[in-house]
Ligand binder design. Structure first.
Ligand SMILES: Cc1cc2nc3c(=O)[nH]c(=O)nc-3n(C[C@H](O)[C@H](O)[C@H](O)COP(=O)(O)OP(=O)(O)OC[C@H]3O[C@@H](n4cnc5c(N)ncnc54)[C@H](O)[C@@H]3O)c2cc1C
Length: 435
């Protein structure tokens, strides 16, 4: 089934703007998934931006749809229902959905315990809880859309050196590694830093961070099972750490049902300290340990692709606005990946800021106005705090070995499964539909 504009969404796809509706410019530093998505959201509102990316972008031909070297080596992201709606709103979802797999139900359980809970799309009366998309495909389509947009100027292979703020704008100096001159300058009304967890812009602005090291590593990979996934996303808690297993499309998928019903699953597994090398290098050990933690309900784990390792920490910027500069994406909040919330939260931030800037333009006012940006920061606090608390509660609550706490969380899972009013609320939050 293809995702269509859901009744939950009031948003309509607006016609794409080919010309800027204002002379005011936005500078974006960092062209990962958040920076590119923000540039496209601005373009959708008729606001032009210049995006500076440290790495060199690949050359993409619009007709070349190849993304992977091996179908078990993809990296994937769970997009919430709200993120899908945002991509629908800017007219990109049709391009994205061929490599995205619907989530029809979510199962939560703990290894060796009685408590379990399940969310079903039919019960919650939704088309799906979200979609799992291949990162390479998402990145490729975002980059192609940005390259083709007359309102986005991309400068890659360039690194930022200084940021200076004036009363009416921001000036950024950067080194373009392709150009003969050693340093160049850009000016804009506002600068939005999407340059990741170790953000250079955040450091140049002297904005500190509050960091927490989880002392854990996420092992990420793709496995094949002998049974089809049936669009079930599974969140399982084992003594070693939380484990998320998500459905994926078949390798040559084109978005049809036939390809949606695959056997590939994306795995995010928090592994015990000291075990990283073995989980990464020993396929048989990885599959066997996964099977033990998971049981037989989803069939046999047959094959695995290469795994990647991500040391986990929470990094929160002490503030997200400084004068005419906004800190966004992982640069603002890097979260634990267990609940698949990080990117989705960033997308809600980006959507709100683009809308606020658009309203400001329509009133003929300055989009870098400090009060506007502070209003944005305040408007996003509730959603951000709730997601940060939720991720931490999942990580700490489910890994605590104390038997009394274990009993309490199992009772809570059972209660969650039986009480009528809780599920719709949690489902709404998980889909990112309430902020
Ligand atoms: C294992 C794992 C699984 C995850 N799964 C999910 C999931 O299922 N769902 C979900 O919602 N979230 C998930 N997340 C979180 C998600 O991946 C991040 O929130 C998201 O990638 C953040 O994107 P970003 O663009 O802000 O940062 P990044 O992806 O770090 O991009 C930053 C960009 O800035 C560029 N850059 C850096 N420094 C400079 C500079 N000085 N000048 C110019 N450019 C610069 C970089 O080259 C890069 O392109 C997961 C995270 C992990 C680790």
């Amino acid at each position: 089934m293809q995702e269509t504009g859901s009744p939950l969404s009031n948003s309509k796809s607006l016609p794409e703007k080919r010309e800027a509706i204002t002379d005011q410019q936005v500078l974006i530093v960092g062209g990962g998934h958040v920076g590119l998505s923000f540039a496209l959201l601005l373009a959708h509102h008729g606001i032009a931006s210049t995006l500076l990316e440290k790495n060199r972008y690949p050359t993409i031909s619009p007709t070349d749809d190849r993304t992977r070297s091996h179908y078990l080596d993809s990296r994937n992201t769970a997009l919430s229902r709200r993120t899908v709606q945002i991509y629908q709103e800017i007219g990109l979802w049709d391009e994205l959905q061929s490599h995205a797999c619907r989530i029809d139900s979510v199962q939560i359980s703990e290894q060796g315990s009685f408590g379990r809970a399940q969310l079903n799309k039919a019960e919650e009366k939704v088309e799906s809880f979200g979609q799992v998309i291949e990162n390479a495909w998402l990145g490729r389509k975002l980059l192609l859309a940005a390259q083709q947009s007359p309102l986005v100027t991309l400068i890659d292979n360039a690194s930022v050196n200084t940021v200076a703020q004036q009363a009416d704008g921001v000036t950024l100096s950067f080194s373009n590694h392709d150009a003969a001159e050693s340093e160049q300058q850009l000016q804009a009304s506002v600068l939005v830093a999407c340059d990741g967890r170790d953000s250079t812009v955040r450091q140049l602005l002297n904005i500190g961070t509050t960091t927490y090291d989880y002392q854990q590593t996420a092992i990420v990979g793709v496995v094949e099972t002998d049974k089809p996934h049936e669009h079930v996303a599974i969140e399982r808690f084992s003594p070693a750490g939380p484990l998320a297993v998500l459905p994926l499309t078949d390798p040559e998928g084109d978005g049809n049902n036939e390809y949606q019903q695959g056997h590939r699953r994306s795995v995010v597994w928090v592994c015990p300290i000291g075990e990283e090398t073995r989980y990464l290098e020993d396929d048989a050990h990885f599959l066997q340990t996964l099977q033990q933690a998971f049981g037989q309900r989803s069939g046999k784990f047959v094959t695995t692709g290469r795994r990647g390792a991500y040391p986990l920490s929470r990094v929160l910027a002490d503030k997200q606005v400084e004068g005419r500069c906004v800190i966004m994406g992982n640069a603002a909040h890097t979260l634990h990946p267990v609940a698949g919330q990080g990117f989705n939260l960033c997308m809600r931030d980006a959507h709100v800021l683009a809308q606020m800037m658009s309203s400001q333009v329509l009133k003929g006012e300055d989009i870098g106005n400090a009060q506007l940006l502070q209003r944005y920061e305040k408007a996003r606090q509730t959603d951000q705090k709730r997601v940060i608390r939720f991720c931490d509660a999942v990580v700490h609550g489910f890994t605590h070995p104390n038997p009394a706490i274990k009993l309490a969380r199992n009772m809570a899972l059972l209660a969650f499964d039986k009480l009528p009013n809780i599920k719709p609320l949690v489902a709404t939050y998980a889909m990112g539909l309430k902020s």
